[in-house]
Design a protein around this ligand. Structure first.
Ligand SMILES: [Zn+2]
Length: 112
């Protein structure tokens, strides 16, 4: 059961259950446009949007494809989790990458 997605829990890096992928489809055939969602048994629902590139952010949501929710992590309010895709060199960013490559879906470690 569930769809195969590189999305993991941005807090505990655990595997998500009840994963789902909504294919929005593109204007052109080579555009990949999907929304991925999944539930961490401890931390709730998360989702990320893929538009031909790995997601820049993973959002906590109230339910799959639902509204964004606020989370408090270590006393800090968070509305989204930035992925390491933000830190990838431009050379890679503008080359043809697999948007579903899990290495780009990792969450940036929060600066302390
Ligand atoms: Zn979790």
């Amino acid at each position: 059961m569930g769809s195969h997605t590189p999305l993991r829990c941005p807090i505990c890096d655990g595997e998500l259950t009840h994963t789902a992928i909504r294919d929005i489809g593109g204007v052109t055939a080579d555009l990949i446009w999907q929304v991925h969602a999944g539930e961490c048994p401890v931390h709730g629902w998360f989702q990320a949007e893929v538009i031909s590139r790995p997601p820049r952010e993973i959002f906590p949501v109230t339910r799959p494809f639902g509204a964004a929710r606020r989370m408090v992590v270590d006393g800090e309010e968070l509305f989204s989790f930035s992925t390491v895709w933000n830190d990838v060199p431009a050379l890679i960013k503008f080359s043809k990458v697999d948007p579903l490559d899990p290495q780009y879906w990792r969450v940036r470690r929060q600066a302390r």
